[in-house]
Design a binder for this molecule. Structure first.
Ligand SMILES: C[C@](O)(CO)[C@H](O)COP(=O)(O)OP(=O)(O)OC[C@H]1O[C@@H](n2ccc(N)nc2=O)[C@H](O)[C@@H]1O
Ligand SMILES: Nc1ncnc2c1ncn2[C@@H]1O[C@H](COP(=O)(O)OP(=O)(O)OP(=O)(O)O)[C@@H](O)[C@H]1O
Length: 276
């Protein structure tokens, strides 16, 4: 039996620098992992199965099964696996949970089925499933540009975070198609981006569309510098110590939930894989 983590990611900053003719957006974003997330267990089997089912997601549409089938068809491998998912990350929260599950599946089954595909090839397969899968496959904190597909390794500080989930689901396509989304941030170098204040260009629009997010962010800002991740709805505050983050966690408003985690420039997935 093989047990592997599927950590969450944070977009420490997210700037939108333009819109391409195909509707996709050029971004400049900084990805970092945290040491909290879903967990997957893999066992060799004849058939491919996943348990338990996720509410509202047909198993054939689950990114774990889609990733496994993609790997089978890409390699011609006919082996199966019994996969068990412990889901801890909110869905559609901007924490990349589905993409991380898909990446862990690609990496895990590559090992279980002894396929020996290089990370580059797994990342290219993963891109077919979602924009954020490649960064989870590579497992290094990264500055991403283009539509999120051009990576430069980065080494931001690794503080403690309090991640708070306002409990509203924000549709990524709805944000990216909203005419009010700002799309004209300048393209800066990584050095310039690291040394100017970190912001998320989606935050103002998401706050306007979802007052719950605006309210919770005002609350968190009382404790620490805080922003939204991805297209929301989750927000995170940046703390010097675990204790300070946990103090804020104890005061999270009743209608929200949260967790404390450490920022990691090396994904816990890579560490677990090495230890196998
Ligand atoms: C914005 C981020 O959250 C940053 O981490 C991600 O890049 C979004 O990743 P994701 O949720 O996996 O998104 P995808 O499933 O690839 O794309 C969802 C939708 O977002 C929009 N989209 C996404 C990425 C991008 N660079 N430009 C876009 O305009 C497109 O309308 C697309 O149909
Ligand atoms: N294994 C999975 N885990 C989570 N969501 C899944 C999974 N498989 C399919 N989905 C679908 O994908 C959608 C997006 O889930 P995900 O948790 O990746 O969103 P997200 O955190 O907003 O990602 P991003 O930061 O990339 O926008 C869900 O609403 C769900 O319908």
């Amino acid at each position: 039996m093989m047990r592997l983590p599927a950590p969450a990611k944070l977009n420490l900053f997210l700037y939108i620098t333009g819109r391409r003719d195909d509707g996709y957006h050029n971004l400049q974003t900084l990805f970092q992992f945290v040491d909290f997330g879903d967990e997957l267990r893999f066992e060799a089997a004849d058939e491919l199965t996943l348990s338990p089912a996720l509410p509202g997601v047909a198993t054939e549409n689950n990114l774990i099964i889609r990733a496994a089938r993609l790997l089978q068809s890409h390699t011609g491998c006919t082996r199966g696996a019994r996969i068990h998912l412990t889901k801890r990350l909110p869905m559609g929260g901007g924490l990349g949970g589905g993409s991380s599950d898909a990446a862990t599946t690609l990496v895990g089954l590559n090992r279980l089925w002894q396929l020996d595909l290089p990370a580059e090839e797994l990342a290219a397969l993963g891109l077919q499933l979602g924009a954020d899968v490649p960064v989870f496959v590579h497992g290094r904190a990264a500055f991403a540009e283009g539509v999120g597909d051009i990576f430069t390794e980065a080494h931001p500080p690794e503080p403690w975070y309090l991640v708070v989930n306002p409990g509203v689901e924000v549709s990524t396509p709805a944000i990216f198609t909203d005419p009010d989304l700002p799309r004209n941030s300048p393209v800066l170098s990584l050095q310039q981006r690291l040394s100017s204040p970190w912001q998320n260009d989606c935050e103002g629009l998401v706050k306007k569309r979802h007052p719950e997010v605006a309210k919770l962010l005002s609350w968190l800002l009382e404790y620490a510098p805080s922003r939204m991740t991805g297209t929301g709805a989750c927000i995170f505050g940046t703390f010097d110590s675990r204790e300070a983050a946990e103090t804020a966690l104890r005061n999270v408003p009743d209608d929200a939930s949260g967790f404390v985690a450490r920022g990691c420039n090396h994904s816990p997935l890579l560490a677990a894989l090495k230890a196998l």
